[in-house]
Design a binder for this molecule. Structure first.
Ligand SMILES: [Zn+2]
Length: 345
């Protein structure tokens, strides 16, 4: 028996935020295998390899299941295909470049791939078998955005879908090398790109750039929560404070700077709550709870046009009377608000 104190889930969050929708699953990323030549072809030939389908921010779910998104308690699984089904359509695409698949890792000794239909169809002729496959998949499955699907999925499948979407969005947006402008191709089983700008042997490898963003539940000395309104949001929508980390800045500075800029509050002590990827297109949301040293809110008027302190009673009453809407079920903001409120929302 191992000591429970020493056993940590690789996805462990802090006590205050024990669960976040996009931080799930038990998949072994198996990073050591990614650089093996011919890995994707071998996995496609291997019996038992599972395949999920991705198109940018969207994943395929069985026909008819897409309508369940947003319904409380509804469970939705991913559409999965046996790898053998792809051998025919992918036959012409192997060779010099890797097939348009990402190796997501293994779970219970089963290997998982994501077939990226956007990547598969890019630059292909209308008659190409991969285009036919993509067209069939569009008709045969429902397609849900990751943030619609995640609150309804099983943990392992949500983990697979999150990685697949993060890679698909990245490959879809970065088709030229940001260093030299030459075309790029996926490599390392989808987790990197190789720039074609130089002779082979001298080519640089590119990795996804993740953009950290801080998000903070700001409370005052009476434990009231600050909720604010962005000018671009619907009038009744409120959320916690958030912003991108600037160049050369650490997370703590970003939390203090953004809060001061947006709502004029100086923060005292802050505590790390947890983090989750937000690949729309490439963020990592890093959540904090922070105590404000002052209560006189001054909104910047540019990005933020309103902000208020809420007691739990005020918050509960506003929510119950439909005067207040808060972030969606897949967002870290919703869990931060629920953690402060003391019950699920
Ligand atoms: Zn380059």
């Amino acid at each position: 028996m191992s000591d429970p104190e020493t056993v940590f889930s690789p996805l462990a969050l802090t006590g205050p935020l024990p669960f976040l929708p996009l931080v799930q699953g038990d998949v072994d990323y198996d990073t050591a295998s990614r650089q093996q030549p011919g890995l994707l072809d071998r996995l496609l030939d291997q019996e038992g390899t599972g395949v999920i389908l991705v198109r940018g921010e969207k994943v395929a779910v069985p026909r008819g299941k897409g309508a369940l998104a947003g319904r409380t308690g509804a469970s939705i699984r991913l559409a999965t295909l046996p790898a053998a089904y792809l051998r025919g359509p992918l036959a012409g695409s192997t060779g010099q470049f890797e097939p348009p698949c990402y190796y997501l890792g293994t779970a219970d000794r089963q290997a998982w791939l994501a077939l990226d239909l956007d990547l598969a169809c890019a630059g292909r002729a209308v008659q190409d078998p991969l285009r036919d496959l993509a067209q069939a998949a569009d008709q045969r499955f429902d397609w849900l955005a990751l943030r619609e699907y995640a609150p309804h999925g099983r943990p392992r499948q949500v983990g697979l879908a999150t990685c697949a979407v993060a890679l698909s969005v990245w490959h879809g947006r970065q088709v030229f090398c940001p260093r030299c402008g030459a075309p790029v191709h996926p490599c390392q089983a989808g987790w990197a790109q190789i720039c074609q700008g130089r002779a082979s042997g001298d080519r640089h490898t590119l990795f996804p750039r993740i953009e950290p963003a801080v998000i903070m539940a700001v409370v005052d000395s009476r434990d009231r929560l600050l909720l604010q309104h962005n000018r671009q949001w619907a009038p009744d929508f409120r959320s916690v404070t958030a912003g991108f980390v600037e160049a050369g800045e650490n997370l703590e500075h970003a939390v203090r700077r953004e809060t001061l800029e947006e709502v004029g509050l100086n923060l005292g002590e802050m505590r790390y709550l947890g983090s989750q990827p937000w690949p729309f297109p490439s963020s990592l949301m890093v959540a904090f709870r922070a105590r404000s040293l002052n209560t006189d809110i001054r909104v910047d008027g540019q990005e933020t046009d309103d902000a208020n302190w809420f007691t739990r009673e005020e918050f509960g009453a506003a929510l119950a009377s439909d005067r207040l809407r808060i972030p969606q079920a897949a967002s870290v903001a919703r869990y931060m608000i629920a953690q402060w409120y003391g019950s699920e929302l």
